[in-house]
Design a protein around this ligand. Structure first.
Ligand SMILES: CC(=O)N[C@H]1[C@@H](OP(=O)(O)OP(=O)(O)OC[C@H]2O[C@@H](n3ccc(=O)[nH]c3=O)[C@H](O)[C@@H]2O)O[C@H](CO)[C@@H](O)[C@@H]1O[C@H](C)C(=O)N[C@@H](C)C(=O)N[C@H](CCC(=O)O)C(=O)O
Ligand SMILES: Nc1ncnc2c1ncn2[C@@H]1O[C@H](COP(=O)(O)OP(=O)(O)OP(=O)(O)O)[C@@H](O)[C@H]1O
Length: 508
C-alpha cells in the first residue's frame, strides 16, 4: 500500500515531481480532498491493472492508449513524464508529472513493497561476462553456510525461496518487478540476495536508488552496443561503473584495463575497493591455477579477511577462477567457515555454461553461452589448452536486432582459433539470419578456416558430429541449454544444444 501523500513526499525528496494534475487543475501540494487517497497495486502494463492501481506510463513504445486502458481497468493515478490531459479528457485519475518515470517507478515501488532491500544483505555482480556463473558460485557457497536463505536474480533463473527456480525475462528486472521479488524473498525468510546487475539496469534506472552491500565488477569488453542498448563503449562503461557509486564495498578485477579509472571513481564516491586477479597482477587477492579445476588463493593485503589455500571449481575454463575468486571474496566477508565455502564452491554447476560432454569413442562436445569476443576467445584458449590434438569445430551464429558488434567478434574469434566454423542461426529476433551470417562471414580473415553454413541449428549440430573425428572438440556457442529460439517477439521451441548433444553422444 502507498498513500498519495507519501508518493508525493518521496518524489519531492528525489526532485522528480514537477506537478500534480487533478482534473484540469495543477498543484504541487496534495489537495485536502485527496489526503486519504491510497493505492493498493502498482503496474506498468495496462493489462495488469486492478482497481486502485498506481500506473507508470513508461517505455520507448508507450502509447497514451495504454493509460486510457489502465484507467478503464481501475487505475486511479498515473505517473507520467507527459501531461496526458489532452488524450484523457475528464479523466478521474490523478496525474503525477515527473521528470523521469523510470526513476519515479524505482523509488515509489521500493516504498510500495516496504523497502525490502533493507532486510537483505544485497550483493550485485556486473561485468560483460561471468555474472551468471559468479551468482551461482556465491549462492552455493552462502547456502553451504547459511542454509536455504539465499535468493538469486539471474538471467538464467530467479530463486526467491531458496529452492524454486523460475524463468527470468531480463538479466535485471524492471524496478517494480525487482522490489516485488525482493519483498517475496524477505517474506520467504531469505536473508541474502545475490543478483546480476546489467548495464541496462543502470541505463534504464531499474536499480535507481538501490544500495548494494557488496558490488563486484568482473570485467568489461565492448558489447551491447546497438540502437536499443548503448550508443558506444563509453556509455556502456559509464552505466556499469554506477555500481561503484551504489555499493558499500566494491570488489574489482585488477585485470580490467580501465581499473585506474574505476579506482578514481571509487575514491570520489568514498567506496572502499578490494581487487582480485591472477598471481602476476598487483591485487589484494590473487589466484594461481592448478590442474583439474584447482586453484590456490593468497591474500596480499593486511586487514582484509584472509583467504588462503586450495579451492576447486567444477566448471571448466581459466576465467572461472576469476569468477570463483570474486565470489569467494564476498563469501569470506560474510562467513569465516572457509571449509564450507570451499565445499559449496566445488558443488556448483551452472546449466549451459561450459558443460562438457564426452563418450567412450572419444567425442567431445561443449555446450556454452559464449557470444562475444572476450568469452569466445577465453573459451577457445582454454579448449585448445585442454585438447591440443584435435580440431576445434565451432557451431555458431549471432543474435539478431541487437549487439551488432558480436558479428565482428564471432568472425575475429573464429579466424584466430577455430579449425572449422559451422555457421547457423542463433536468436534471430526478427532479423533475416542470412544477413547476420553474411556479416559474420565478412569478418572471417583466416583462409584456412573450413566454413559450413546451414540455418537449421539442430541439423548443424548433427552435421558437426558427422564431421568430427574422435579427439576433435565440437563447441556449441551462445545457447547453452536454452530450449527456445527467439524469433521476432516470440519464442519458437528448440531442442537445446546440450540436450541434442547428449542424445548424439549416445549415437556416435
Ligand atoms: C531497452 C530496454 O530496456 N527495454 C526494456 C523495457 O522496454 P521499454 O521500457 O522501452 O518498454 P516497451 O517494451 O517499449 O513497452 C512500453 C510499455 O508499454 C506497456 N504496455 C504495452 C502494451 C499494452 O497493451 N499496455 C501497456 O501498458 C508495457 O508494459 C511497457 O511498460 O522494458 C520492457 C519491460 O517493461 C523490457 O521487455 C524491455 O527489454 C527489451 C525486450 C530488451 O531486450 N532489453 C535488453 C536490451 C536488456 O535489457 N538486456 C539486459 C541484459 C544485458 C546483459 O546481458 O548484460 C537485461 O538486463 O536484461
Ligand atoms: N570471467 C569471464 N571472462 C570471460 N568469459 C567468461 C567469464 N565467465 C564466463 N565466461 C564465458 O561467458 C559465458 C557466459 O557466462 P555467464 O553466463 O556467467 O556470463 P553473463 O555475464 O551472465 O553473460 P550474459 O550477460 O550474456 O548473460 C560462459 O559460458 C563462458 O563462455
Amino acid at each position: 500500500m502507498l498513500t498519495l501523500v507519501k508518493a508525493v513526499e518521496i518524489l519531492k525528496q528525489h526532485q522528480l515531481l514537477t506537478s500534480l494534475i487533478v482534473g484540469d487543475q495543477r498543484h504541487y501540494y496534495v489537495p485536502a480532498a485527496l489526503v486519504t487517497t491510497q493505492y493498493e497495486h502498482v503496474a506498468y502494463d495496462s493489462r495488469q491493472v486492478e482497481p486502485q492501481t498506481l500506473f507508470f506510463c513508461k517505455g520507448a513504445t508507450f502509447n497514451p492508449r495504454y493509460a486510457a486502458d489502465a484507467i478503464t481497468a481501475g487505475a486511479s493515478a498515473l505517473v507520467t513524464e507527459h501531461n496526458l490531459v489532452a488524450d484523457l479528457p475528464n479523466t478521474p485519475a490523478v496525474q503525477l508529472l515527473v521528470t523521469n518515470v523510470q526513476k519515479a517507478m524505482a523509488v515509489l515501488t521500493r516504498e510500495f513493497y516496504g523497502n525490502p532491500d533493507q532486510a537483505l544483505t544485497m550483493i550485485g555482480f556486473t561485468g560483460t561476462k561471468g555474472k551468471t556463473t559468479s551468482v551461482y558460485f556465491l549462492r552455493h557457497m552462502l547456502q553451504a553456510v547459511l542454509g536455504p536463505k539465499v535468493a538469486q536474480l539471474s538471467s538464467l533463473a530467479n530463486c526467491i525461496d531458496g529452492h524454486t527456480f523460475e524463468e527470468a525475462h531480463l538479466t535485471t528486472p524492471e524496478s517494480l518487478d525487482l522490489y516485488r521479488l525482493l519483498r517475496a524473498a524477505v517474506d520467504h525468510g531469505m536473508t541474502t540476495l545475490v543478483m546480476e546487475v546489467s548495464s541496462q539496469a543502470y541505463k534504464k534506472n531499474r536499480v535507481y536508488g538501490l544500495e548494494f552491500d557488496y558490488g563486484v565488477f568482473l570485467n568489461i569488453s565492448p558489447d551491447h552496443i546497438s540502437p536499443i542498448e548503448h550508443p558506444d563503449f563509453d556509455d556502456y562503461l559509464t552505466c556499469k561503473s554506477q555500481l561503484i557509486k551504489n555499493s558499500r564495498q566494491m570488489i574489482i578485477s585488477r585485470a580490467i584495463p580501465e581499473y585506474d579509472y574505476l579506482i578514481e571513481l571509487a575514491d570520489t564516491y568514498g567506496t572502499p575497493v578490494l581487487s582480485f586477479g591472477s598471481q602476476d597482477l598487483d591485487a589484494d587477492y590473487q589466484y594461481l591455477p592448478q590442474p583439474h579445476g584447482y586453484f590456490d588463493v593468497a591474500t596480499q593485503t593486511a586487514g582484509s579477511p584472509v583467504l588462503s589455500g586450495r579451492f576447486r571449481v567444477m566448471i571448466p575454463g581459466f576465467f572461472n577462477y576469476e569468477n570463483a575468486l570474486a565470489a569467494l571474496i564476498v563469501a569470506r566477508h560474510l562467513s569465516d567457515d572457509v571449509d564450507q565455502l570451499a565445499h559449496g564452491l566445488a558443488q556448483t554447476v551452472v546449466p549451459g555454461r561450459m558443460e562438457i560432454l564426452t563418450n567412450d569413442h572419444g567425442y567431445i562436445a561443449v555446450a556454452d553461452y559464449a557470444h562475444n569476443y572476450l568469452s569466445l576467445t577465453e573459451s577457445f584458449k582454454f579448449l585448445k589448452h585442454e585438447y591440443p590434438n584435435g580440431r576445434l569445430i565451432v557451431v555458431i551464429g549471432a543474435i539478431g536486432s541487437k549487439a551488432q558488434s558480436r558479428r565482428q567478434d564471432v568472425g575475429r574469434a573464429l579466424s584466430e582459433y577455430a579449425d572449422v566454423a559451422m555457421l547457423t542461426s542463433e536468436d534471430n529476433n526478427g532479423e533475416d539470419p542470412n544477413h547476420i551470417l553474411a556479416e559474420i562471414k565478412a569478418n572471417l580473415t583466416n583462409p584456412t578456416l573450413e566454413v559450413h553454413e546451414n540455418l537449421d541449428r539442430a541439423a548443424t549440430i548433427k552435421a558437426a558430429f558427422e564431421l568430427a573425428q574422435p579427439g576433435d572438440v565440437i563447441f556449441m556457442a551462445a545457447k547453452g541449454r536454452e530450449d527456445f529460439m527467439r524469433e521476432g517477439d516470440h519464442n519458437v521451441p528448440y531442442v537445446g544444444d546440450y540436450q541434442l548433444a547428449s542424445q548424439l553422444m549416445r549415437e556416435y
